[in-house]
Design a protein around this ligand. Structure first.
Ligand SMILES: [Mg+2]
Length: 171
């Protein structure tokens, strides 16, 4: 299962009230940004379950910069899609999707985790799966667990990974 994460306000919080991962020495020395608390454990558990971790961002950060940020926390990314790659890819037969801010099927991505309501709407409109992280909702409630869990479908790996994502949301 290929799972992509948005960066801003999903894995990289802008709200100073959101707890961050304690930086490794490498991250402290070289990384300009901090990951949300729980992100490292989540991404590693997805890899342990056999999933691929990707980043899909509308920002123009370079793939090298993004890879290094996660590597400094000990997380290997299988793929990175930034705005340049998104624009380069959505041509030809995919040109019809250029109006989408993100189009995960173009990269074989099974699930996108993102805070944007707009991306979630695009997912419903163009039939791709989005697990929306809502910063305003405390996702620790049983109702929100059910809601998050249901997004993953019925395959065992998906449900297990869904549980891992839900654990990210409890902070
Ligand atoms: Mg975002």
């Amino acid at each position: 299962m290929r799972i992509a994460f948005d960066l801003d306000d999903t894995l990289i919080p802008s709200d100073p009230a959101v707890p961050r991962e304690p930086p490794t020495l490498l991250a402290r020395c070289t990384a300009g940004e901090r990951l949300r608390h729980g992100a490292v454990g989540l991404l590693r558990s997805i890899r342990t379950l056999g999933g691929e971790v990707w980043i899909y961002t509308t920002s123009f950060r370079s793939p090298l910069e993004i890879r290094w940020l996660f590597l400094s926390y000990g997380v290997w990314l299988r793929g990175v899609v930034n705005q340049y790659r998104h624009q380069r890819t959505l041509t030809g037969r995919l040109a019809a999707y250029r109006s989408c801010s993100k189009y995960p099927p173009a990269f074989g991505i099974d699930l996108l985790v993102d805070d944007s309501e707009g991306v979630a709407i695009e997912g419903r409109r163009h039939d791709f799966r989005v697990l929306r992280v809502d910063r305003r909702t405390r996702c620790g409630s049983s109702a929100s667990r059910r809601k998050c869990g249901n997004t993953w479908g019925n395959d065992a790996a998906g449900l297990l990974a869904g549980g891992a994502v839900v654990s990210l949301l409890i902070y």
